[in-house]
Design a protein around this ligand. Structure first.
Ligand code: 5GP
Length: 213
């Protein structure tokens, strides 16, 4: 094929503490040429290890509201008292370049993306059980106990929305999860519905050949 097909928009969600950040980092380090990761904007304060422009674009509330006003975001949501949103320009540019773009976002945002991009692929990652989730959140040590509790309550609410997703990954080992993620996306590319352009083209080519019969 001469032109590169447009990439797939992938929404990747999971309960806070499910390990989705680790999975995405590992996926991109193994398969860098396939994926682009969208960097979100947020009003949350940076954690000690985070850098502006790498994990997030850290914004004040006023700055964030300006981005909403100027329609610079594909979607945004309030999550445990902070705004989070996906800047539009980078996503469009990377999809056009044929990259599969990963949005690591929570579930309200996922629903909005699906409405705007019905072709988006929705993947959800869960820990093997709830106890593991709690231990991971406590073990991370970056949040106050109160915040951990708020995130666990949010996870309970989110558990009712998993059916809106296309695929469920269980994060027992990062290695297996990463390989499953990648193979699901490779399979998605082969779906007939995602290859309409090819089918149209080959029909045209065959039509020319069949004239000479
Ligand atoms: P955290 O504070 O742990 O980095 O992120 C909290 C939640 O916000 C996570 O579920 C994360 O996936 C989600 N999130 C991050 N960026 C975005 C975004 O751009 N839009 C939405 N809707 N959620 C986001």
């Amino acid at each position: 094929m001469s032109e590169k097909a447009r990439g797939i928009l992938i929404v990747f969600s999971g309960f806070s503490g499910s390990g989705k950040g680790t999975i995405v980092r590992e996926l991109i380090s193994r398969y860098r040429s396939y994926y682009s990761l969208s960097v979100s904007a947020t009003t949350r304060l940076p954690r000690a290890t985070e850098k502006d422009g790498r994990e997030y674009f850290f914004k004040t509330r006023e700055e964030f509201e300006k981005m909403i006003e100027k329609k610079e975001l594909i979607e945004y949501a309030l999550y445990v008292d902070n705004y989070y949103g996906t800047p539009k320009a980078y996503v469009e540019e990377q999809l056009d370049a044929g990259k599969d773009v990963i949005l690591e976002i929570e579930m309200q945002g996922a629903g909005k993306v699906k409405e705007m991009f019905p072709d988006a692929l929705l993947m959800f990652v869960a820990p093997p059980d709830a106890q593991t989730l709690k231990e991971r959140l406590l073990g991370r040590g970056t949040e106050e106990l109160q915040v951990v509790e708020a995130r666990l309550s949010r996870a309970y609410e989110e558990a009712f929305l998993v059916e809106a997703y296309d695929y469920l990954l269980i994060n027992d080992t990062v290695d297996r999860c990463v390989e499953e993620f990648h193979s699901i996306v490779r399979n998605e590319h082969r779906k007939v519905l995602r290859n309409q352009e090819f089918i149209t083209r080959i029909k045209e080519e065959l039509k020319d050949f069949s004239k000479g019969e």
